[in-house]
Design a protein around this ligand. Structure first.
Ligand code: NDP
Length: 265
């Protein structure tokens, strides 16, 4: 029987994950299918349970359910435990394993696809939700010179910084000290067509602006380009985090380059 996988989110219609996993499955000869499921905002756990009862083998989790998925998992990978957020679930007879592949996906896209070296750089991370939580540790592993987390709700940024001990500064958008080599937008502002209230001075000369949002140009990337920064969207991260999840479920690592190229066209 064909193995079933899915992505859960709200909204979900924009998701490219079904296309990506179908391409990985074709490329590696895996007998599986992958669908997008719109979970009600107050019904994520019930939707996942229905999917498991219908034979689901694993799932990805996107906005706004990553922290709920963390609580739902009966076991956690070390990186998911440290992140406090889960984007990949694996269902088995021994319960549900929660993992987080977002950070590995971001770092793979930056370092391999964009040839960007994070070591020694000043990094500004915007947002403190599920996506931001997943990328803090993998970014720190690259040994940047500094990592600052800025969020609309300052308390959430402080809470996230505290999870990783000293050395990370947390602040609101109005208290960001200039200037950063790379600014990563992990807020959901772009989903709503909004720009976080940033000073153009956050961008150092030759800065890279990275928006986790993908599929359309965003106010953040337009703002960054308008102030001299290079701009990159989150499509590569999306494909790389999917490859990490696929490898976890199926035991084979797909080649991401042709899938990114196909989605770009
Ligand atoms: P969450 O809902 O968990 O977190 C949302 C974050 O965005 C919070 O920090 C929230 O601040 C902030 N925020 C929301 N609206 C605004 C706004 N108008 N202005 C400023 N800040 C705002 O979402 P996720 O963390 O899961 O996802 C965030 C984004 O990252 C989404 O666009 C998602 O599509 C993208 N993403 C892309 C991935 C990829 O592979 N390319 C992977 C994962 C996510 P507050 O705490 O104040 O509410």
């Amino acid at each position: 029987m064909t193995d079933r996988y899915a992505v859960f989110g709200h909204p979900i219609a924009h998701s490219k994950s079904p296309q990506i996993h179908a391409a990985f499955a074709r490329q590696t000869g895996q007998d599986m299918c992958y669908e997008a499921i719109l979970a009600p905002l107050d019904g994520f756990a019930a939707s996942v349970t229905r999917f498991i009862d219908a034979g689901g083998r694993g799932a990805n989790v996107t906005v706004p359910f990553k922290e709920e998925a963390f609580r739902l998992a009966s076991r956690l990978s070390p990186r998911a435990r440290r992140a406090g957020a889960v984007n990949t679930l694996t269902f088995g007879s021994d319960g549900t394993l929660g993992d987080n592949t977002d950070g590995a996906g971001l770092v793979a896209d930056l370092t391999r696809n964009l040839n960007y070296t994070l070591a020694g750089k000043r990094i500004l991370l915007l947002g403190a939700g599920g996506a931001a939580r997943g990328v803090v540790e993998p970014l720190l592993d690259q040994q940047p010179a500094a990592l600052v987390i800025a969020n609309r709700t300052v308390g959430r940024a402080e809470e996230l910084a505290e999870l990783f001990g000293g050395g990370i500064r947390a602040c609101g958008f109005d208290a960001i000290d200039p200037a950063f080599d790379i600014v990563v937008n992990a807020t959901a502002a772009s989903l709503a067509g909004d720009l976080p209230p940033l000073s153009p001075q956050v961008f150092a000369a030759d800065a890279l602006a990275y928006d986790m949002m993908y599929g359309r140009d965003t106010p953040f990337l337009a703002f960054a380009r308008g102030h001299g920064a290079r701009a990159a969207d989150g499509l590569g991260m999306l494909v790389e985090q999917a490859a990490e999840a696929f490898c976890l479920w199926r035991g084979v690592r797909p080649d991401t380059a042709p899938v990114i190229a196909a989605l770009r066209t």
